[in-house]
Design a protein around this ligand. Structure first.
Ligand code: GMT
Length: 375
């Protein structure tokens, strides 16, 4: 198949999934054309069968705001016609599904199909803004296929947008051959962070309000009073300053490390013991899946698609949003009980391999494409 993929190319789960999917599809012999304003950040090296088409927005003085959605639609038309695409697969509904709808109406060859993958805040937050809602609803309804990354997100979409549409649930996936614990025996990173053999907790996110990163710090504050430990905060975003303030206020500057955006996630996860994800809203929780693949039990809130990923009392623990006391209690339970920790760690990796490995999920997308193309 010849597939056009559009996603946000910067840090973020939807861009990661779109890029890894494109890479895997190319490995399986499909021709993949990424269409976006920048090279997706996980597309770091040349891969046969993958092509990148940059969307450029013109800067005419009259346009106070860049016309990205229209520039994207124009590029989609150009690529679809010139490369003879079978389908456009857009990740994150806003504005990609709308641009794709426009492109589909305009391309000369009317066989072009469009499928939209709903990822999270496109449905649960941004798309619900009254001014956006009708546009998002229309663009979803007009897509030839729609997928959602969890059962939770599917239900939310059907209810919140009063849509009667067949939505296929295709969960996030991970390459468990890549995301696996690397030997930490001689790991300089772990020694540097925890020279006295302290436990290491880790949280990775884009530091947006929905991630409740301050809760991760509050959970850690309780834990470190009982067990010598360190907290690694990976990523960056709007709430980082507030988090830094809280860390100073709680006198935790020596034990909480802000690492910023990082590429070497596998080494960081391999050096850590527990993953914290206390989100307010999380349609799936790709960051938690990557941690599980590296054998980290997960302490999470009970929102969105997280309970579909984290089996409570098997590969982690789930608590109510904001219940930092309980999250800390669960964390301490695992950090002070080696045998239990080993079982949870093993369960976490096994679940990632058996349910969410790329070899299981990518064929689901191929099947989805076949259904759309034959409809
Ligand atoms: O909403 C975000 O924070 C970003 C968004 C994205 O586009 O990167 O993340 C969403 O998509 C991921 C990939 O499908 C999911 O794993 C995340 O759970 C989801 N985030 C939220 O629902 C908050």
């Amino acid at each position: 198949m010849k597939i056009g993929i559009t996603c946000y190319p910067t840090y973020g789960g939807s861009g990661v999934i779109a890029t890894e999917l494109g890479k895997e599809l190319a490995m399986r012999g499909h021709e993949v054309h990424f269409i976006s304003y920048a090279l997706p950040f996980r597309l770091t090296k040349y891969v046969e069968n993958i092509f990148f088409h940059e969307v450029e927005t013109s800067t005419y003085p009259l346009f106070e705001f860049p016309l990205y959605s229209l520039a994207l639609a124009s590029k989609m038309i150009e690529v679809a016609e010139f490369e003879n695409l079978d389908l456009l697969h857009v990740h994150y509904a806003i504005p990609h599904a709308t641009s794709a709808y426009l492109a589909k109406q305009i391309v000369k060859d009317k066989k072009l199909k469009v499928t939209t993958t709903l990822h999270g805040t496109d449905i649960t937050l941004v798309g619900l803004e009254p001014s956006f809602l009708p546009l998002v609803k229309f663009s979803i309804e007009e897509s030839d296929g729609v997928t959602a990354v969890s059962r939770f997100l599917k239900e939310k979409t059907l209810t919140n947008y009063s849509i009667e549409k067949d939505i296929t649930v295709i969960p996030n996936f991970v390459d468990t051959e890549l995301f696996k614990k690397v030997s930490i025996d001689d790991c300089a990173f772990r020694k540097h962070i925890a020279p006295k053999g302290e436990k290491i907790l880790v949280h990775t996110s884009n530091f947006r309000a929905v991630k409740r990163v301050t809760d991760a710090i509050k959970v850690f504050n309780i834990i470190q009073k009982e067990v010598p430990s360190k907290l690694l905060l990976v990523g960056d975003g709007p709430d980082r300053s507030e988090c830094e303030r809280l860390v100073r206020e709680l006198n935790l500057s020596d034990s909480v490390k802000f690492l910023g955006k990082q590429d070497g996630l596998v080494e960081i996860l391999s050096s850590s013991d527990l993953f914290l994800i206390p989100s307010q809203s999380e349609s799936f929780g790709l960051a938690a899946l990557e941690a599980m693949a590296c054998g980290l039990p997960v302490i999470s809130s009970s929102v969105g698609g997280l309970p579909e990923l984290v089996k409570h009392n098997e590969c982690g623990f789930i608590s109510e949003i904001g219940d930092v006391e309980r999250m800390a209690k669960y964390s301490l339970d695992l950090l002070t009980n080696e045998k239990k920790y080993e079982v949870f760690s093993h369960n976490a990796r096994s679940r990632a391999i058996n349910k969410f490995d790329k070899s299981i999920i990518v064929p689901m997308y191929e099947e989805h494409y076949k259904n759309i193309l034959s409809s």
